[in-house]
Write a protein that binds this ligand. Structure first.
Ligand code: FES
Length: 571
């Protein structure tokens, strides 16, 4: 073994009282000296929680990781961090992403860890762990929990994206609540995260394309024994990474971020990708602007036919060869020499990938769609930008002008959307304000707001919708999101009124309202911000420090990296 100075030796290698205290209390767990002393100490950062059902199998996964670490001569120590279950946490898991990342950062830095395995699954559990680890910058590898098996209801394959359709069926009186209950258990029928290319799967693809996991990590179903094999191999590998001092900053170069952006385009990944990637880049000090995403995606065709943009499910994606097949297909676009967690380059990892189903993963010369990815819009309605996912939108609405129907906040929307008196038709543009980072607070996934009942009854399936909020990665529709500056800050978006004429012009990447600068300025001069919802605790800290969506919605004081050194060292 090459001689390395272990960070953990600062604790366990000491003599006298300090060393006694550090070692003695480890021994109360029945661990002998030789097991942890002078060996790479590897933290297993576990987001297991029964309140995060997508991650509820992570204790088992951690056991596989531990086996790998022990085999490689390391010493595994599992520790919990705040877990963010997308479905249960109110008002929105995004409110706590930055808090969880602080927990991860401080837990890693404060403890005798030489490397860390990040067990990530449900949406926010991936960016929060990666962001926190980035701010410490010791060797780290991600093990994702894997997607659920495909749901099956009356012989039909179903997944989370169908929830939005069922909801509309229910509101249109075409389905009864009783049937919806039956579908619940048919859809979530195994361990794991959402079975579609929603945010959790997008995040798993993001870490693989950034080089933060072993190849193939993104798609192996949670219930497949090969998920545990990957976990064990990741445990083996992290010990090697410590010996090689392969830190996150050695992997997360600007080129790695560009690779992730191109891969996200090819897979039709979630709009949430933008916000999390920008936040991770911010932690690494990598200059990355929202405006860079669009040109990087522009020449990338859509290669993956998964819900919500397509037809298939993550399980199908795995059987078709998974992300390595996509990355191989993109080889002429990607930076091939980026180093990844296994010590190999992107090219070396994916060179031999074979696709097994062209209905699921297309060849580069016969893609499912020539354009893909996320479009970044600019205009007088979103001075700092907004995003839309064209592959999940209706083609006929991507060039559209209509009159705004404005909801001032989510309560206003809920109160009026199904009213017979709402003046709206299918050419209208629904505008939802005050669901941004500061405004909600926490930027909830309400941007793909349901359509007015009276239009659903007419069979209308899509309309242009605009908000300063986010959309679930499993959602779809002609939905403009992440408008920045958000309404709570009093920019142009804050003063839009019902009846204003809005134009979405995707081909020119423009989102504008037919108002002059003077008209906008006059309206803004009387803008009054909504009163703050709370004045204490984390939420107060969040409101005062959260940045806008185009910067990744991180807290301003969390950007950057403090390294792994401790400011004080005493006992
Ligand atoms: Fe956890 Fe979808 S709710 S991944």
């Amino acid at each position: 073994m090459k001689e390395i100075t272990l960070r953990s030796a600062e604790w366990f290698g000491r003599e006298g009282k300090d060393g006694f205290i550090y070692r003695a209390w480890m021994k109360n767990q029945g661990i002998p000296d030789e097991t942890f002393n002078n060996r790479p100490v590897i933290g297993i950062c576990n987001t297991w929680s029964e309140l995060t059902p997508c991650n509820a199998h992570f204790r088992e996964l951690a056991e596989s990781v531990k086996r790998g670490i022990l085999q490689a001569g390391g010493f595994p120590v599992e520790f919990p961090v705040m877990s963010l279950g997308e479905t249960l946490i109110k008002p929105t898991a995004m409110l706590y992403r930055n808090l969880a990342s602080m927990d991860v950062e401080e837990s890693i830095r404060a403890n005798p860890l030489d490397g860390v395995v990040l067990l990530c699954g449900c949406d926010k559990t991936t960016p929060s762990l990666v962001m926190g680890a980035c701010s410490v910058d010791i060797p780290a590898i991600v093990v994702s929990g894997g997607p659920m098996l495909t749901g099956n209801y009356k012989g039909q394959h179903i997944g989370t994206s169908d929830v939005w359709r069922y909801h509309d069926e229910l509101r249109g009186n075409r389905m009864e609540e009783k049937e919806l209950r039956e579908i619940e258990s048919a859809m979530c029928r195994s361990r794991g995260s959402c079975a579609v290319m929603g945010t959790a799967s997008t995040m798993a693809c993001m870490v693989e394309s950034l080089g933060l996991s072993l190849p193939g990590n993104a798609a192996i179903p949670a219930a497949d024994a090969r998920r545990k094999v990957l976990a064990e191999r990741s445990g083996l590998r992290i010990v090697e990474m410590v010996k090689e001092n392969l830190t996150l900053s050695s992997i997360l170069t600007k080129e790695a971020f560009e690779n992730a952006i191109m891969v996200n385009a090819a897979i039709g990944g979630s709009t949430n990708f933008v916000i999390h990637l920008l936040a991770i880049a911010g932690r690494m000090g990598i200059p990355l602007e929202l405006s860079e995403l669009d040109p990087l995606s522009a020449n990338i065709p859509l290669l993956v036919n998964l819900q919500p943009s397509g037809n298939f499910f993550m399980e199908d994606f795995y059987y078709a060869g998974g992300l390595p097949v996509v990355m191989k297909a993109l080889e002429k676009h990607l930076h091939p020499h980026c180093i990844t967690a296994n010590g190999k380059t992107v090219k070396e990892n994916n060179n031999d990938a074979i696709g097994y189903n062209e209905e699921v993963i297309a060849k580069i010369d016969s893609p499912f769609n020539l354009s893909s990815g996320l479009a970044v819009l600019k205009g007088n309605l979103c001075e700092n930008g907004a995003v839309i996912k064209p592959s999940a939108a209706s083609a006929h609405l991507l060039q559209h002008t209509g009159a705004a129907v404005v909801f001032e906040n989510i309560e206003d929307y809920k109160a009026r959307i199904d009213s017979d008196d709402l003046e709206v038709d299918e050419s209208s543009i629904l505008v939802l304000k005050n669901v941004g980072p500061k405004g909600y607070p926490g930027m909830p996934e309400v941007g793909n707001m349901g359509l007015p009942k009276k239009l659903l009854d007419k069979g209308i399936k899509d309309m242009v919708r605009i908000s300063d909020g986010r959309m679930s990665g499993t959602g779809f529709g002609t939905v403009v999101l992440h408008v920045s500056p958000e309404a709570a800050l009093g920019g142009n978006f804050a003063v839009i009124r019902t009846g204003d004429i809005i134009t979405l012009d995707l081909s020119n990447r423009a989102l504008s309202v037919a108002l002059t600068e003077e008209e906008l300025a006059e309206r803004k001069s009387t803008f009054e911000p909504a009163p703050a919802l709370t004045e204490r605790g984390y939420v107060s800290l969040y409101i005062n420090h959260v940045q806008q969506a185009h910067l990744g919605a991180d807290l301003d004081f969390l950007r950057g990296n403090s390294g792994s050194k401790l400011s004080r060292d005493s006992h």
